[in-house]
Design a binder for this molecule. Structure first.
Ligand SMILES: Nc1ncnc2c1ncn2[C@@H]1O[C@H](COP(=O)(O)OP(=O)(O)OP(=O)(O)O)[C@@H](O)[C@H]1O
Ligand SMILES: [Mg+2]
Length: 238
């Protein structure tokens, strides 16, 4: 474990249920990329605090640990969190890159995880939706997608602001996080419909904060509800 990242518990124990769930998610993403390229992947959820940032950060570590070159981008320009998880400064980040046209090398951070680079949000701008929907953002994503094996993007929730919908049209696929026992069915359905309206490719759902009875703790559970998973029990959720 790297004690510098106390929130990123994926690194705690590679044999844990959580680590196994993330490896499953990684494998499922590999399968999902067989027919269509899957390089730019974004995470969102219906409402705040369901665990988007935690999930995408741990997924980034999981994929990088397998040897792929990963760039994690904090595109939640309203409640940025990735810099906290990786104990980074946030003076310069995505918002500067887009607003001031900085070169990306000026905002890329190395991490203690080999193969994993991070771009923090940068200072919160007055017009997040506008700058996320800019041609500069599209160009930036296309450029980094050609340089990294995988670009993972943290985003705000879908149901309150336009940012996630805007971003979803710039990426290859979207992972939807649902908080077990908390997310209202209606909210999850609205999020799914909103993403479908903008033709987002929803890759699957991470059911997060599932109570683990034995230990009383929480763990992650992942399954598809996309094409591949229609027959599975996930239909209970969405
Ligand atoms: N599986 C989990 N088990 C226990 N706690 C968790 C889990 N996932 C996330 N959390 C906790 O839930 C809180 C919200 O997590 P996180 O910041 O990742 O959510 P978010 O959806 O990105 O929030 P926001 O909408 O503010 O961006 C944090 O305190 C985090 O530590
Ligand atoms: Mg977040």
């Amino acid at each position: 474990m790297d004690e510098r990242y106390p929130e990123l518990f994926l690194m705690d124990d590679p044999k844990s249920v959580v680590s196994e769930a993330f490896r499953m998610l990684r494998t499922n993403l590999q399968f999902a990329s067989v027919d269509r390229p899957l390089k730019k992947i974004m995470v969102t959820s219906s409402v705040p605090q369901e665990g988007k940032s935690t999930v995408i950060a741990n997924l980034a570590i999981c994929i990088a640990s397998a040897g792929s070159k990963v760039l994690l981008v904090d595109a939640d320009l309203r409640r940025p969190n990735i810099y906290k998880l990786f104990l980074l400064e946030n003076y310069k980040g995505l918002s500067n890159l887009l607003a001031e046209n900085l070169p990306k090398d000026a905002v890329i951070n190395k991490t203690k995880v080999e193969n994993l680079h991070v771009i923090t949000s940068g200072p919160v701008p007055p017009n997040p939706a506008e700058i996320l929907g800019s041609a500069r953002m599209k160009n930036f994503l296309d450029q980094v997608a050609s340089e990294y094996d995988m670009v993972l993007i943290d985003a705000p929730p879908v149901n309150s602001v336009a940012d996630a919908s805007i971003l979803s049209s710039l990426v290859d696929g979207v992972i939807l996080v649902v908080e077990a026992g908390s997310t209202e069915r209606e909210a999850a359905i609205v999020a799914k419909q909103q993403l479908e309206k903008v033709n987002a490719r929803i890759l699957g759902v991470v059911l997060n904060k599932v109570k683990q009875e034995k230990s009383g703790g929480y763990y992650y559970y992942y399954y598809y509800y996309g094409e591949e998973g229609k027959k599975r029990k996930k239909k209970k959720i969405i």
